[in-house]
Design a protein around this ligand. Sequence first.
Ligand code: ATP
Ligand code: LTN
Length: 345
Amino acid sequence: MSEPTQTTQASKPERKKIILSGIQPTGVFTLGNYLGAIRNWAAMQEDYNCAYCIANLHAITVRQDAAKLRQQTIACYALILACGIDPKKSLTFIQSHVPTHAELSWVLSCYTQFGELSRMTQFKDKSLKHPENVNVGLFTYPDLMAADILLYQADLVPVGADQKQHLEITRDIAVRFNNLYGNVFTLPEPYIPKVGARIMSLAEPTKKMSKSDENQNAFISILDAPEVIVKKFKRAVTDSQAEVAYREGKDGINNLMTIYSSVTGDSFETIERDFAGKGYGDFKQAVGEAVAEHLRPVRENFDRLMKDKAYLEECYTEGAKKALAISARTLDKVYHKVGFVKPIR
Ligand code: ATP
Ligand code: LTN
């Protein structure tokens, strides 16, 4: 992320749009995370000023093992680089290294209504999933996510479809704040891919694929070995019709077609034509092989990066310093607007 670029002398300096997104280090990323979000992160770096964070503050809304979380945070940082994010082009950092996120989150929580947070489907889903630990952090999760986004004045937020509601509440909070105090925050738009926005579980295709699913066969991890990927697709739940066609109610096959289309670029019509008269077995094999091949460079990059911890540390330390400098500008403005005495920095 850099300062605005200057164009010709006569024209106004052109500002590249700002992108921000995050991912929780709750496990190795799934094919859903990759196709729904991270693949776009890498694609957007050329044309936008991008900032990407490993959302470890968000991750503790669900109980984590401390040693495992630390190890996973580094691994997830390496994974985003392995997926093609270049720390020289994009701001890449670990959320807990940049204190402005927690600080703005507190302020925003005072401009968010209890009722609006109660409507968040992720809160409802996760409360049902972890009834023993419905903590307040899980409830105020959207305020922290709003802080992540608003601190960098992001224009666009590349996420999967499940995060749309969190983007809407971010905008509502920003509008409310701007109405009270003037134009403090840029209003962000979600950037959701047309194909791959919601990759479903391979075991229960009406549920989204999730990296914290207890059933290993429900998701493809982007580091799964090729033979494991092929085996998981072979076991994927489908229907009894044996026709490779995208139709309402055929959730399992629709999901496999979405995945195949996302990695090969083939349209649904082409897939239907190519697999006409063939059984699900052939199609599942083809999907497995195509995904394994697509993820091969990610796996190789990851193995290389994890051998160089010093390089990773250098990247995330540099990222945190820059992120703090950029985000502090917004936080200072907010603190001033709400009436806090100017801090000594
Ligand atoms: P957890 O299982 O810990 O809740 P998750 O797998 O749902 O995690 P997140 O870290 O919450 O992943 O999400 C990271 C990004 O991946 C978000 O932009 C989210 O929208 C996207 N994403 C998550 N699951 C899917 C999916 N099944 N299909 C498409 N995109 C997804
Ligand atoms: N809540 C997101 C992860 C996340 C995020 C963000 C996404 C944390 N901070 C900022 C976009 C922008 C999720 O995927 N569950």
